[in-house]
Design a protein around this ligand. Structure first.
Ligand code: NOJ
Ligand code: CA
Length: 694
């Protein structure tokens, strides 16, 4: 039997061998450009496997799909094919902020209606969407008489790889994603050994030696790049992956709750999408919008209050030891007077916000206590005049950004949310940075389990109801939900800049060449770039820590690490030493019409150009790993027959992240579309260029 839908323009091939019930069935679907082929096979025993190729080369070997339910206790592994449906979708949508002002959503969909072959007769659909840049699939439990409430023991999704690929991975963990990346062959993954070295991570719950997290970046020996992750993670635990090294098959491993169950569900229900992005060019992986396309459109009707921002903060002073979060027995940073200097600095440089950490009572006793009532989110320290600062900020046209560290007590935070958000609005604030350092309360829940996944979404919905923007630290890995909740603008959810200050850890020079291929595939990161003082012994002389980049790489990170919330992270006095370099950050846009990934290789280098929204101006950023390199930048993205004033912030000839990190030169020149700039990047260096149309 052959199904062909001329309207859809895709070919779905259904082959039946033998009699209808026990027959082996084979179904094929293609991406719109036919470069990706997806095959589904259901064997005579009812086992369903999918496989895929890209440009005729295999990328996923036959891999089985299924579930184990705890209640009702049943193994969903053998299926009868009840129906097949296919369609083609092609539309374009406009995010209210982002890397592009318009995004094309073009895919062939294949919907399989399945029935469990055993006594249960449970109905399960699997939906595949094949895009030109990859595949997404999810399970749907339709409404049905035989299944209402049910509990998932495990999802058995497999990703069978076709060889011992190169992988960029972090250890599988139910609580933390703040790890350094390891680049190794799949066969060399040893997650426990790597994690044991990571002593400064606040809470971790490791899974096993061959468990890794997603987004997982892979490169096949034939040069094909693969990225495995998930999209639209709602009411379900996050997925980790466990590798069977004898077969090179990854299997999904969902984050459990306190008693080991994975998810409590009611039909109808669908899982998040499992995503496989593929290309023979690394640049296309970074340009992919597949994960956003698999998320639902915005649930927020009036979006006029949601604004990308640059902000400074009473923050790095605490991390570097100049000040403390707590007042008693410390050097309290968030005093009225000191915060005024940040407001002045923001106002003088055109920055929108001032984050203030340590403003509220509770920091004497916040870390690692696993206590419910550390913070109430509304009681300032006596030396922090919240009313006066609200007025002062308003008079300077700057907004204070609220900080809600929950110390993992999510239940406590939920009790205070309405009060805390009203308090913010009463004091002129409409952005909050949340944080989940420590073990989660309710006890036994993990940062990445179903309960917390729903908590982060409750926070996004609740803040939206108060017209508040949110930036979450220590949450589950992002999965493109910023399309559905555009007020949930950024997350940390990875090793951010602050780790440069961790005594036993730090950040290797290649970390930021890997993050866009891994963590950022799910959404923007509050990475907090912009350090101008790179030795971190400024206030505590015995500290050996440092930021392992040049100053120019810090500038370039504003372009290569996409976020609509960009922190200008260093202290005002450190910026005042280099006012000409600060000009790049002052000029910088935070919202874009277009993004061109010029060149990229995970672990080595990235260069990106972005057109500032509603203008004719471009910003270009390029970074390199531990190797210096000379890069060519073709300016062919500029308008024809036009001249641009390029201001080039580049590493000085003698710059070097270890020996001379703060050495840079600034060059101005007039450039046009056919120009190629050849620029030297020092070891762990970078270049940042602003291009203003004349
Ligand atoms: C960890 C966050 O990532 C960091 O930015 C913050 O300063 C501390 N927690 C304290 O809340
Ligand atoms: Ca953190």
């Amino acid at each position: 039997m052959q199904l062909y839908s001329p309207k859809a323009g895709i070919l779905t091939l259904l082959l039946l061998i033998g009699n209808l019930l026990t027959a082996q069935k084979s179904i094929t679907s293609f991406s719109p450009n036919h470069q990706i082929v997806l095959n589904i096979n259901i064997d005579s025993k009812g086992q369903l496997k999918y496989s895929s190729s890209f440009q005729g080369k295999p990328i996923i070997q036959a891999s089985s799909l299924g579930f184990v339910l705890a209640t009702p206790a049943i193994n969903l592994s053998r299926f009868q094919l009840v129906s097949v449906d296919s369609s083609l979708t092609d539309n374009t949508w406009k995010p209210i902020w982002g890397e592009e002002s318009a995004i094309r959503n073009h895919y062939a969909e294949l919907k399989l209606g399945l029935k469990e072959l055993g006594k249960s007769g449970i109905l399960l659909n699997i939906i595949f969407r094949v895009f030109d840049d990859g595949i997404g699939f999810r399970y749907e439990f339709p409404k049905q008489d035989g299944l209402n409430y049910f509990v998932v023991a495990e999802e058995n999704t497999h990703f069978g790889l076709t060889g011992n690929h190169e992988a960029f991975w972090i250890p599988g963990d139910y609580d933390s994603n703040e790890y350094a990346y390891t680049k190794s062959k799949l066969s060399e993954i040893d997650a426990i050994a790597v994690a044991k070295k990571e002593k400064d991570i606040a809470v971790s719950s490791l899974i096993g030696p061959s468990a890794v997290q997603t987004p997982l970046m892979l490169k096949q020996a034939n040069g094909i790049y693969l990225n495995i992750h998930e999209a639209a993670l709602i009411n379900y635990p996050a997925m980790n992956l466990v590798l069977d090294k004898s077969t090179m098959q990854f299997k999904s491993q969902l984050v459990p709750d306190a008693v080991g169950n994975k998810a409590y569900l009611q039909a109808p229900f669908h899982t998040p999408w499992r995503t496989i992005i593929v290309s023979n060019k690394a640049t296309n992986i970074l340009a992919s919008k597949l994960i956003l396309n698999l998320n639902e459109p915005s649930k927020i009707q009036d979006q006029s209050w949601i604004k990308p921002q640059k902000f400074v903060g009473m923050w790095w002073e605490m991390h570097t030891g100049k000040a403390t979060w707590q007042k008693e027995g410390g050097k309290h940073g968030a005093t009225t007077e000191r915060v005024k200097t940040y407001i002045d600095f923001a106002a003088a440089n055109g920055f929108d916000g001032v984050l203030v950490e340590g403003w509220n009572v509770g920091w004497e006793d916040w870390f690692g206590n696993w206590k419910e009532n550390v913070f109430d989110f509304v009681t300032p320290y006596a030396d922090y005049d919240v009313n006066a600062l609200a007025q002062y900020a308003q008079s300077k046209n700057v907004r204070i950004i609220m900080h809600h560290e929950t110390s993992g007590a999510a239940t406590n935070y939920e009790r205070y949310m309405d009060t805390a958000y009203r308090f913010m609005l009463d004091h002129g604030m409409n952005t909050v940075k949340t944080g989940y350092v420590g073990k989660i309360i309710p006890r036994g829940e993990h940062h990445d389990g179903q309960w917390m996944v729903n908590h982060y979404i409750r926070a996004a919905e609740k803040t939206a109801s108060y017209k508040i923007m949110i930036d979450a630290h220590e949450p589950v890995h992002p999965t493109g939900l910023h399309r559905t909740y555009p007020n949930w603008m950024a997350n940390e959810a990875a090793r951010g800049m602050e780790f440069n200050n961790a005594p036993t850890l730090g950040m290797s020079p290649d970390h930021t060449t890997i993050l866009p291929f891994t963590r950022l595939m799910g959404g923007p990161m509050d990475f907090t770039p912009g350090f101008f003082h790179l030795q971190l012994n400024q206030f505590v002389p015995e500290r050996k820590t440092r930021v392992r980049t040049t100053l120019c790489k810090q500038l370039a990170l504003y372009i290569t690490m996409y976020s609509p919330l960009q922190m200008v992270s260093d202290l005002p006095e450190n910026y005042q030493k280099y006012p000409d370099a600060l000009t790049f950050i002052k000029d910088l846009a935070v919202d874009w019409d277009q993004t061109k990934i010029l060149d990229a290789e995970p672990g080595d280098y990235i260069s990106i150009a972005r057109k500032a929204k509603g203008t004719n101006n471009w910003f270009l950023g390029a970074i390199t790993d531990e190797n210096s390199r000379t890069m060519d930048f073709k300016l062919d993205f500029l308008d024809a027959n036009s001249s641009y004033k390029a201001t080039i912030y580049k590493d000085a000839a003698n710059a070097d992240w270890e020996k001379n990190p703060e050495a840079y030169t600034i060059e101005e020149k007039i450039v046009q579309q056919n120009d190629v700039l050849k620029i030297y990047l020092a070891r762990s260096g970078g270049v940042a260029i602003s291009l203003k149309k004349l």
